[in-house]
Design a binder for this molecule. Structure first.
Ligand code: PLP
Length: 393
């Protein structure tokens, strides 16, 4: 008999793969028998199916979400010395990509309810800290003289950023929008401007996805993709991921080794068929957490505005005594996470940028209170009740 006190993991990377074991092994066998390890039909089939899932014209498979972000930035023309806007409440890959594309990061604080970029603060930044370049119509950061060229809204925890006002500002200031959709496979946003629901990955000039194993769609290893409707951007990324080659050993530019493995693509294609069902389960589990937590005033639950459909990559609550709560859960074998404990502007890696405590107060406040509860498609009602019972204590 299963004991009531089995540990509750934070994610389950075992059960879904065991359920698909035969199909996944067949992919490996297909690669062994054909010798097709890099590129080929498994990659192009997945690219076609994932672009259909996101409702975009193109999908370019790459080797990670970080590469997807970096290649997207380079493909839209980010140059050395440019400023790229994003939030300090994200995984460091977002800013690694900016720096590695030769640009520097301009942080905008987040909205306290959605934890995503606050469009009002973006407006304030553009209006008060920048002048407009007459030639390009683009903002120039007054303090440094740097041109600002791109905005990267991050769809954190599976919920899309408020894109309408961000796109409106981008239009007014001639800025390019690249979505960091690494946590948002299948999420949607209702655009008032367009009068319809739009999929994550289809809203900006390009979008980056990660298929790191723990993401809503995860490979059995490293993988990522860029989606876009722009044929030129797609073509540049195909060249960037493959050593700058236009054809074998003819290099238009110096690129990267950033391709998507055929085996990973084959695995992703199998798992993609289940993604909508898994996302529905995550939404159901999130709603059940909401109900179970309803009467606990000390806990702030996730806020899902009417204009988004979150795919709950993470279910993140807030509590004043977060550390205490977390250690109590840990003691009862319930695994939790912090996404993220230290805002990027306060990371040691970015000491040189000269930020200090107090620069982005909402991000800093939230970082002390957030707690990610166990969340994966197979989480049972019984397990959720145990998590909440433990939280109440
Ligand atoms: C996971 C993640 C990335 C990076 O993806 P990798 O595949 O690990 O390189 C980038 N941004 C966000 C928000 C992520 O969660």
């Amino acid at each position: 008999m299963i004991s009531n006190n089995n540990p509750i993991p934070f994610v389950d990377l075992i059960t879904p793969h065991l359920k698909l074991e035969e199909e996944l092994i067949a992919i490996f066998r297909q690669a062994l028998e054909s010798g097709g390890f890099i590129g080929g039909p498994m990659v192009s089939d997945f690219e076609r199916n994932f672009s259909a899932f996101c409702n975009t014209t193109y999908c370019i498979g790459v080797s990670s979400g970080t590469d997807a972000l970096r290649f997207a930035l380079m493909a839209v023309g980010v140059k050395k010395g440019d400023g790229v806007i994003t939030v300090p409440n994200t995984f460091i890959a977002t800013t690694e990509a900016i720096t590695q594309a030769g640009a520097s990061t301009e942080f905008i604080d987040i909205d306290e309810r959605t934890y995503n970029m606050d469009p009002e603060k973006l407006r304030e930044y553009l209006e008060t800290q920048c002048d407009i370049d007459d030639k390009t119509g683009r903002p120039i950061k007054r303090k440094t003289g740097q041109p600002i060229t791109v905005i990267i809204p991050v769809h954190l925890y599976g919920q899309m950023a408020n894109m309408d006002p961000i796109l409106e500002l981008a239009g007014r200031y001639n800025l390019i929008v690249i979505e960091d959709a690494c946590q948002a496979h299948g999420a949607a946003y209702h655009s008032k401007l367009q009068g319809r629901w739009e999929n994550a990955g289809s809203v900006g000039k390009a979008a980056a996805f990660s298929f790191y194993p723990g993401k809503n769609l995860g490979a059995c290893g490293e993988a990522g993709a860029v989606t876009t409707n722009d044929g030129d951007v797609a073509q540049k990324i195909r060249i960037l991921r493959d050593h700058g080659q236009v054809k074998k050993y003819f290099h238009d530019l110096e690129g990267y080794n950033g391709r998507l493995d055929a085996i990973q693509a084959g695995i992703l294609d199998i798992k993609l068929k289940h993604l909508s069902e898994w996302n529905d389960n995550r939404r159901r589990i999130a709603h059940r957490y909401n109900e179970l937590l309803e009467k606990i005033d000390e806990i702030i639950k996730p806020f899902e505005p009417k204009w988004v459909k979150s795919v709950y990559h993470l279910y993140v609550i807030r509590a004043n005594n977060r550390d205490e709560v977390q250690s109590h859960l840990t003691k009862t074998d319930i695994a939790t996470g912090l996404h993220y404990p230290v805002p990027l502007h306060l990371q040691r890696a970015y000491t040189d940028l000269g930020y200090k405590n107090g620069d982005f107060p909402i991000t800093e406040k939230v970082a002390k209170e957030i707690l990610s509860l166990p969340m994966y498609p197979g989480l049972t009602e019984g397990q959720q009740k145990r998590v909440v019972e433990c939280l109440k204590k």
